[in-house]
Design a protein around this ligand. Structure first.
Ligand SMILES: [Zn+2]
Length: 124
């Protein structure tokens, strides 16, 4: 299968969810393909959808209300599924939290002090 790219039209997008993320703001969107097609047309490209998502970002570089700032941040909106050949593996409700393992070392219980266990062999 051809992985989707930014010129892929919604009608050719292979999965039911179009995920949108931004590198800077914490915004994220999981848009249903059917809803996007209904709003923007099946011929809208992923680049257009990302641009629409970007236009709601506080760092949208195309926002005319913002004065250009030489060192200002620009929105880092992107679609993480561009270039992917397999479907996103988890439904969106399960990707909200990321479990980070190994944050805390497992503490081993300290060794019991005292006599080492002795076992009598043979008995009295
Ligand atoms: Zn953004």
């Amino acid at each position: 299968m051809e992985p989707p790219n930014d010129k892929t039209e919604l009608r050719d997008f292979p999965w039911i969810l179009v995920r949108l993320r931004c590198h800077f703001c914490q915004r994220k969107g999981d848009a249903r393909l059917a809803v996007l097609s209904w709003h923007y047309g099946a011929g809208a490209t992923l680049a257009q959808i990302v641009a629409i998502f970007m236009s709601r970002c506080p760092w949208d570089p195309h926002n005319p209300a913002r004065k250009p700032q030489k060192y200002g941040r620009k929105c880092g909106a992107y679609c993480p599924d561009i270039g992917r050949t397999s479907p996103p593996d988890l439904p969106p409700s399960m990707t909200g939290l990321t479990l980070i393992e190994g944050g805390k070392d497992d503490q081993l219980p300290s060794e019991q002090p005292g006599e080492p266990n002795r076992r009598r062999i043979g008995g009295d």
